[in-house]
Design a protein around this ligand. Structure first.
Ligand SMILES: Cc1cc2nc3c(=O)[nH]c(=O)nc-3n(C[C@H](O)[C@H](O)[C@H](O)COP(=O)(O)OP(=O)(O)OC[C@H]3O[C@@H](n4cnc5c(N)ncnc54)[C@H](O)[C@@H]3O)c2cc1C
Length: 490
């Protein structure tokens, strides 16, 4: 059953609210006729995945040089997760070693230490790539590279931190392709210093690394606009064009059913539909699952404004992801495991949900009290300060926690990139660079793209046997291991 048109009206995020001017792409191509000739690359989905892939494909020397690209979306550019996230362009640390190395049957990713290192360094490369594209293309999306405060508040996590760091560095040194690489980091293990540096009341240790933040709606819109303005590819985008399904034809093309809007014929079809992918690809049922998170915008009191503003992005264990925007305050929200363990929603109420039209009282209450409780010396909020906006969004969780990238087994000419499990901004620009390269060379010859992202039949079958998110114990140890794990992701 197709997910679109949806029966509800989505909430509007801070980012979607503040990008309505003439440079945005609302309603782009909404009433234009779809092309009737065969298109070289049809991309379904105009979130970060679709926009960034179109950007990479349409660069000089890219796979689509001299060729055509059509992007269709059921709604507008960045209307789903890409326009409703935390704005954090993170890059994870060795804290991911524990949950990613935990067996699949226990809710982990079942990766080797080497595979986890591949993923962590790939995210570092993603951050550098986002920064370089923003600079090269002069993208006006408030991108800022800043310190990332990974704040540990759990005594076990703080105690494990040094061991995991050693495991990470020794694994890097064992791997010839990564030898010599490291993360920019300062580890603060003295609780008093951790508290002072982070300003988080119950901090026990801090890993001070680097991350980025940006206005994701403006960033994704800019990538789409750069693709549309390509001088070497013919790129078209049609908003409000829901795809009901597709059929692989005997002549090697793929016929894409856009309902009342018409039919597209593609030489290559790339699916960037994130949490909604299983509607088009039934084989991904129980491999990719959508879940709803809620996020908010807080206007801080003067104690956290001006020279006193937070100096970086945050990943606070058993708490929140958080960024400091240049002028609007803080954007943040609880991690899925926090939402479950604090009773904001049970896994059954969160997983499988595709409705982003509402926010709920427990989340609003958590969001309105989190900053005063967490940050030292926050002080009283006068009217107009504190929580000013709340929205919801749907994340695409991959049951083995890592993305699915590349050709779909058993299909011809059909590719995808999805399943970032809440890490999209940390991965997408680099993943779509790699996918665009694959579409050119027709092989997995990019050494930097983690091979564990590949979609194989064996992986799909294994993933279906994995612990399903709805069955994660609430606040339990499998998905919510007693380390920062998924909580430090965003
Ligand atoms: C509240 C929240 C906070 C988050 N915070 C962060 C963060 O701080 N950092 C981070 O790294 N990640 C974060 N994420 C995750 C991140 O936003 C996602 O991983 C990322 O945006 C996924 O991008 P996407 O393009 O694959 O999917 P989406 O942005 O969801 O785009 C998918 C697109 O496909 C379209 N579509 C679906 N089905 C069809 C169809 N049948 N026909 C046509 N179009 C279709 C949809 O309309 C949509 O536009 C957060 C997510 C949420 C919800």
């Amino acid at each position: 059953m197709p997910a679109f048109p949806q029966k509800f009206n989505s909430t509007v995020s801070h980012w979607q609210q503040t990008n309505r001017g003439p440079t945005s792409l609302w309603n782009h191509g909404r009433d234009a006729p779809l092309p009737t000739e065969v298109v070289d690359y049809v991309i379904i989905g105009a979130g970060a995945t679709g926009a960034s892939l179109a950007y990479h494909l349409s660069r000089p020397g890219g796979a689509a040089e001299g060729k055509s690209i059509v992007i269709v979306d059921a709604k507008d550019v960045a209307s789903c997760a890409s326009g409703r996230n935390g704005g954090h362009v993170p890059a994870q640390t060795w804290q991911m070693m524990t949950p990613f190395m935990a067996p699949l049957e226990e809710g982990g990713a079942g990766l080797t230490a080497e595979e986890v290192v591949d993923v962590i360094l790939f995210e570092q490369d993603n951050l550098a790539l986002v920064e370089s594209i923003v600079q090269k293309e002069r993208i006006d999306a408030d991108f800022k590279k800043a310190p990332r405060f990974e704040v540990l508040i759990n005594p076990e996590s703080a105690a494990e931190n040094a061991r995991l760091h050693r495991l990470f560095t020794s694994t890097v040194e064992r791997m010839p392709k990564h030898r010599g690489r490291s993360l920019p980091v300062k580890i603060i293990s003295n609780p008093a210093e951790a508290k002072k540096v982070s300003r988080v009341n119950n901090a026990l240790a801090v890993n001070l690394t680097q991350a980025g933040s940006w206005h994701p709606h403006r960033g994704v819109t800019a990538l789409m606009r750069l693709a549309l303005e390509s001088k070497v590819s013919d790129v078209k985008f049609f908003s409000w064009t829901p795809v009901a399904g597709f059929t692989e034809q005997t002549d090697g093309t793929v016929s894409v059913d856009c309902g009342a809007r018409g039919t597209l014929t593609a030489r290559n079809l790339i699916i960037g539909t994130s949490a909604y992918s299983h509607h088009l690809l039934p084989e991904l049922e129980n491999v990719l699952t959508g879940y709803r998170l809620q996020a908010g915008l807080v206007t801080p009191p003067a104690t956290y404004a001006g020279a006193q503003a937070l100096k970086g992005t945050y990943a606070i264990e058993e708490g929140s992801y958080l960024i400091q925007t240049p002028t609007s305050g803080l954007v943040f929200g609880p991690y899925a495991s926090v939402a479950n363990s604090r009773g904001l929603a049970t896994p059954k109420e969160m997983y499988g949900v595709e409705d982003d039209s509402l926010t709920t009282a427990p989340w609003r209450s958590w969001l309105s009290t989190y900053c005063p409780k967490t940050f030292g010396g926050w002080g009283p909020e006068v009217p107009g300060e504190g929580l000013t906006k709340v929205w919801s969004g749907i994340i695409c969780h991959s049951v083995d926690h890592i993305p699915l990238v590349g050709p779909l087994p058993g299909r011809k000419g059909v590719f995808m990139a999805a399943g970032y499990s809440g890490q999209g901004m940390a991965l997408i620009v680099n993943i779509t660079r790699g996918l665009a390269h694959q579409l050119k060379t027709c092989q997995w010859d990019d050494e930097t793209m983690p091979r564990c992202f590949e979609i194989t039949q064996a992986r799909l079958e294994r993933a279906k046997r994995a612990l399903q998110p709805r069955d994660y114990p609430v606040g339990g140890l499998s998905f919510t291991a007693p380390t920062v794990n998924d909580e430090a992701r965003l």
